[in-house]
Design a protein around this ligand. Structure first.
Ligand code: GLA
Length: 737
């Protein structure tokens, strides 16, 4: 029986009972959802597109997944729902956990109603006895991502404590390896691989922010999967507070990836009539990690607020002057920056209150009259007169105890009523769920944005939330804080259209798709050593396209590692992202500045391609050499970086296989200035390096060209330009040219 209702003004079919599973299909993804019966929806297939399927074919597919009854098990097969239910017989991690003063510990939700509108399914279910209703939203986006979330409503007469809402996606048993990342300050996104064995691999953040150690994606894949091969499935929790992500393999054979918010004890207590909405759990899949990542990149690029203007080359003052703010020095720096081709000048920490180092003044968002007697106007005016945008650093969620704000409002510090949480970077967190604290911070940000021509805020968040009690009872406050921060960002953006915001959290400790709904780039790390950045950026790009990642050219000697690098290596490592400079260029030589200007000009000439194309990585057998690039969506051109991390085992180095080109296309491949400089190692020139080479896209990806011999910690750029007329898509790929 099919009924119709109106949801948000659009007629959507309400399926009161369906006789066949449903298929959502988009962007190369099929999701087959079994909604027969009155149980919660079960995902029968997630991954490769199975084509348009008839009702009969969907029934056959779903029925063929029903397991046998085995000894020692339950008498009927256990359906594993999108929110797996203990009461239905699922003995792994439950999808919905909570209780009503100890009772109703294992809800069993029955489906009431289903709505389908295009590639979106909404299931309404209830456990009337437990006094709970749930709304499950399941979508396949145009880029082929799957996203799921659940809203739990308390329809009972007393409070219900929600402990966990963890939607899941199934992966096949061929996924035998897991990949995620860990990390720390100055070294975010270190990959780790492990076998996907029976049990639970659980990654949690209790930091009140995702954390430098957070994995952006938890990936399960076929053995040995790489960037270009091996089927992979991965999930991401779009949430900026505490979260959980897990991979679970049951002895019954089911393998699940899931995730949601990590709720602290008592943090979400639903009074009668209240609801809790889980964050979106996003899932992507692909043949290799590049395809998996490209679904996220396409999704982010399709956002209405995705930056559409060329990403302005930035100079950030932090590693140039730190807290030593001085108008003359900064004016000189701005002049030099403009001469280099910089388009945005960002004044970092140290401009406000008593903030002359990191021990004081945080929270006092008034320009320091001591350092800036005429306010920021002389600098901001100078910057804008030079044709650059002016940007400013803020850390609105934080406070130094040694500040006027903390002295006036000690009760605005997030923490239990009778103690102060352990200090970190000599600061505490401001309780933004406190309405007065929220209003005060909003009004200060507003005042600054009204007074100065600020085009960009670097919005920092330098410490974990510890012992984050809220209000007179000291109830767990991370959830409320996270929502308050979203609200603050939303209001600020709403009042100041065009303002861009960077999500920084002592580097990359707050990178997630929910903060990216409200910000325009992330600061990937406080470490800008290009060797470290190779890994940090590579794994950040599993989720984000390069234009959303701040990548800066630092000083010759890295401030966080002490390693020394050539300007070419530093510049090439930042070339693909949202390029910036974080170096006191007044100390650079004329020659260095001229070279940096060349790099900036080359980036500007190519950023249209770099920031819209497909990100690709070759699976090079020797970890000493990395080859990655960006290929235009029409495959008309591509830029690759060849990065020599250490010496290679073979000598000369092996081959460069250039992925992502049209196999049928013919390309001219040659070094790309200024990334064409090879420092002499006493070798004869590489034959193709001088005059370029013309080969098919297929030959370039399968056979490749010989790699140049480079010193360690050097890189070069290569450009591929299509020189034949593109063939219509229906012509099948040819052989090797
Ligand atoms: C954090 C940021 C840095 C810089 C400092 C300023 O560490 O990640 O880039 O802004 O704060 O205090």
């Amino acid at each position: 029986m099919e009924l119709f209702t109106r949801a948000e003004g659009v007629a959507v079919p309400v399926l009161s009972r369906t006789s066949a599973p449903l298929q959502l299909r988009a962007g190369g993804t099929s999701l087959v959802v079994d909604v027969r019966g009155d149980g919660l929806p079960r995902i029968v297939h997630w991954g490769a597109d199975l084509g348009v399927m008839s009702g009969e074919a969907l029934v056959a597919l779903a029925d063929a997944q029903v397991p046998q009854r085995v000894s020692g098990g339950l008498d009927a097969p256990v359906p594993v729902a999108v929110l797996p239910e203990h009461a239905a017989g699922w003995l792994g991690t439950p999808g919905l956990a909570g209780h009503r003063a100890g009772s109703d510990f294992a809800p069993r939700l029955r489906m009431l109603e289903l709505e389908q509108a295009e590639e979106r399914l909404v299931a309404h279910a209830a456990d009337e006895r437990a006094g709970l209703r749930a709304t499950l939203e399941i979508e396949v986006t145009s880029s082929g991502l799957v996203r799921l979330r659940a809203t739990v409503h308390n329809t009972g007469g007393t409070a219900f404590d929600v402990e966990a809402v963890l939607p899941t996606l199934p992966v096949p048993d061929t996924a035998t390896e897991l990949l995620d990342t860990t990390g720390r300050h100055l070294r975010e996104r270190s990959p780790q691989r492990l076998p996907f064995v029976v049990g639970t691999h659980l990654r949690e953040s209790r930091r009140g922010r995702p954390g430098a150690d957070a994995t952006l994606l938890l990936v399960a894949g076929e053995e040995g999967f790489g960037a270009r091969s091996g089927r992979v499935w991965g999930v991401h929790v779009a949430w900026s507070g505490n979260h959980r992500v897990l991979a679970e393999r049951a002895i019954s054979g089911e393998s699940l990836l899931g995730g949601g918010e990590l709720l602290l004890p008592g943090e979400v207590r639903l009074e009668p009539g209240e609801s809790y909405e889980s964050p979106w759990l996003y899932g992507s899949h692909g043949d290799g990690l590049d395809e998996l990542a490209s679904r996220f990149h396409d999704h982010l690029r399709a956002r209405p607020h995705h930056p559409r203007t060329p990403r302005p080359v930035t100079l950030n003052t932090w590693e140039a002057v730190y807290f030593n703010h001085d108008l003359d020095r900064l004016t000189e720096l701005a002049g030099l920056a403009a001469g280099l081709g910089v388009e945005r000048f960002v004044l970092d920490d140290g401009w406000f209150g008593s903030r002359r180092d990191d021990s004081r003044g945080l929270g006092d968002w008034y320009v320091s009259p001591e350092v800036w007697p005429e306010g920021l106007h002389p600098l901001a005016d100078h910057v804008t007169a030079l044709g650059m945008q002016f940007g400013l650093w803020v850390e609105p969620e934080m406070v130094n105890p040694d500040s006027d704000l903390a002295r006036a409002h000690p009760d605005w510090i997030l923490g239990p009523p009778d103690r102060v949480p352990p200090s970190s970077r000599r600061q505490q967190v401001l309780d933004l769920a406190h309405p007065d604290a929220f209003d005060h911070i909003l009004s200060r940000l507003d005042a600054l944005l009204v007074e100065y021509p600020i085009a960009y805020l670097k919005w920092d968040h330098n410490r974990d939330l510890v012992d984050a009690g809220h209000g007179p009872l000291g109830t767990a406050g991370v959830h409320g804080q996270t929502l308050a921060v979203y609200r603050l960002l939303d209001i600020v953006r709403g009042r100041h259209p065009g303002l861009e915001i960077e999500s920084c959290a002592a580097g990359g400790a707050r990178v997630d798709l929910a903060i990216l709904e409200r910000t325009d780039r992330v600061w990937a790390s406080d470490c800008i050593d290009p060797i470290e950045r190779e890994q940090i950026q590579r794994w950040t790009e599993l989720l984000l396209p390069p234009e959303l990642i701040g990548e800066h050219v630092g000083a010759p000697v890295s401030h966080s590692t002490g390693r020394q690098h050539t300007l070419d290596f530093r510049a090439a490592s930042a070339f693909f992202g949202h390029l910036g400079v974080e170096w006191d260029v007044s100390r650079a030589t004329d020659e260095e500045r001229a070279r940096l200007a060349e790099w900036i000009a080359a980036h500007k000439a190519l950023r249209g391609l770099l920031h819209t194309g497909r990100r690709v990585h070759a699976d090079h057998p020797d970890p000493a050499l990395r080859v990655h690039g960006v290929v235009a969506v029409d495959q008309g051109e591509a830029v690759y970086a060849v990065v020599q991390l250490t010496t290679t085992l073979t000598y000369p180095s092996g081959w460069l296989r250039l992925p992502g080109l049209d196999p049928d296309g013919v390309y001219d491949v040659r070094p790309l200035p200024p990334g064409n400089r090879i420092e002499g190692t006493g070798q004869s020139p590489l034959p193709w390096w001088t005059d370029g080479v013309r080969m098919s896209g297929y030959a370039l990806s399968e056979v490749g060209v010989r790699a140049p011999v480079l010193y360690p910690e050097r890189s070069v750029l290569v450009r591929a330009t299509r020189i034949d007329a593109p063939q219509p898509a229906h012509i099948s790929p040819g052989g090797i040219a």
